[in-house]
Design a protein around this ligand. Structure first.
Ligand SMILES: Nc1ncnc2c1ncn2[C@@H]1O[C@H](COP(=O)(O)OP(=O)(O)OP(=O)(O)O)[C@@H](O)[C@H]1O
Length: 311
């Protein structure tokens, strides 16, 4: 099936500053692609050009097969956009706001249905200025899904939401994905990406430096095998094992390894042979957080080159 969103070598400059430096990715129908990255990495700047709100300074974009900027009139009715800051008139009620928005759409959902979807039905008669930050975020989402979009752009959709509202939002997003909606999302919450993303990209300083499924991105980082030795057994008695040995403060041994099974096998065989009890033994693959932090703390250009070579 053709990709619903295609982004090829896109660049975006603000004056002399190039905020987006050659970004390429695709999103298939019914897929959720998450853009992660450090502050100022260029996620919103990328999202805005894909939404057709601005023209890229280089590269090209297709949404539903069309240029979202040049063919805005054709693309706009089929997309839903939740900006980082919505900005509705403060004195209108929740229902009035949604009705006003629905008036700009060709075949909107009933307003009550949209408010129900985001759990705002009980706040329908309340002026926007009296909503909490999280409730405003949910109103932004209601408006984004009002037009039954084929493609949904969500810029940090759950920032400021309490844990229950976040989970409800995730549930709604999953439901939309099941209905075949394609979603491009930015987030600072790594658990959100882990929960929702079919594929993701980590951006740093205007470039994508890691991309793939969560498992693929995490696979770029070493796994950790950790345990404590009995007091009578010193660390120098450990055998040669693949990986880097780290001793943490409590006397706990950590091995960072690219070959978790080989490291674990070597360790367990040694322990059995020498009758050593390894306490609190754990073996875990890297987390998305580790992969993210590795990107955030390392030199950007070298990583970008690696990502380009790998692509
Ligand atoms: N209108 C603008 N004029 C000038 N510079 C801008 C403008 N918008 C964004 N920038 C700059 O472009 C860079 C990327 O910003 P962008 O908002 O895309 O990052 P982001 O990854 O979404 O960050 P955050 O996670 O903080 O929201 C930043 O250095 C920002 O200061």
């Amino acid at each position: 099936m053709a990709d619903v969103v295609e982004v090829s070598d896109v660049r975006r400059s603000f004056g002399d500053y190039e905020a987006v430096r050659g970004v390429t990715f695709t999103v298939a129908r019914g897929e959720l692609f998450a853009l992660l990255g450090t502050n100022g990495a260029g996620k919103t700047s990328t999202l805005e050009v894909v939404e057709g709100l601005a023209r890229p300074s280089g590269g090209w974009i297709r949404v539903l097969g069309r240029d979202p900027y040049a063919d805005r009139a054709a693309v706009r009715p089929r997309i839903g956009v939740m900006l980082q800051q919505g900005g509705f008139p403060a004195d209108l009620t929740v229902t009035e706001t949604a009705v006003m928005w629905a008036g700009t759409l060709t075949a909107p959902r009933p307003v009550a249905e949209a408010l129900e979807l985001v759990d705002l039905a009980h706040r329908a008669g309340v002026p926007v200025k009296q909503l909490s930050g999280g409730e405003r975020r949910r109103l932004d989402l209601a408006v984004a899904v009002l037009g039954r979009p084929d493609v949904l752009f969500l810029d940090e959709p759950t920032t400021g939401l309490d844990p229950e509202s976040r989970r409800n939002t995730w549930q709604l997003v999953r439901q939309l994905l099941e209905d075949g909606v394609t979603v491009l999302l930015t987030t600072h919450y790594l658990d959100e990406a882990e929960e929702l993303a079919d594929r993701l990209a980590i951006m740093h300083r205007g470039r994508i430096v890691r991309t793939g499924t969560v498992a693929e991105v995490v696979a770029s980082q070493p796994a950790t095998v950790a345990f404590a030795l009995p007091p009578a057994v010193t660390r120098d008695r450990l055998p040669e094992l693949p990986g880097t040995l780290v001793l943490d403060h409590g006397g706990r041994v950590e091995l960072h390894t690219d070959t978790m099974q080989a490291t674990l096998t070597g360790l367990l065989l040694w322990a059995r042979e020498h009758g050593v009890e390894l306490r609190d033994l754990s073996a875990r693959p890297a987390s998305l957080e580790q992969a993210f932090l590795a990107v955030a703390s390392s030199e950007p250009d070298a990583q970008a080159e690696r990502a380009e070579v790998a692509a």
